[in-house]
Design a protein around this ligand. Sequence first.
Ligand SMILES: [Zn+2]
Length: 87
Amino acid sequence: MEVCEGCGLPIAGGTAGCQALFDEFRAREMSELAPTYASTRLTVDVYCLQHPDRYCVSAKSLAAHLTGVGWAVERAGGDWGLRALQR
Ligand SMILES: [Zn+2]
């Protein structure tokens, strides 16, 4: 079994397999769960933090994903706060 180089998940296809699993989840999330901006943002932020070599290259990216997860976990992740963090 190959392993994702980003998060260490044992998965067929390694890193590409992990990305495909994430893409599949995102497609299901969008079509079946009617996600809010906050839940979508949390999904993306967590994946990016699990794959820092690819998605947290700059301090700005890392800060954006960390603050997004922090806002979701600590403050229930309302859209207004996420948009304020982006500004
Ligand atoms: Zn991965």
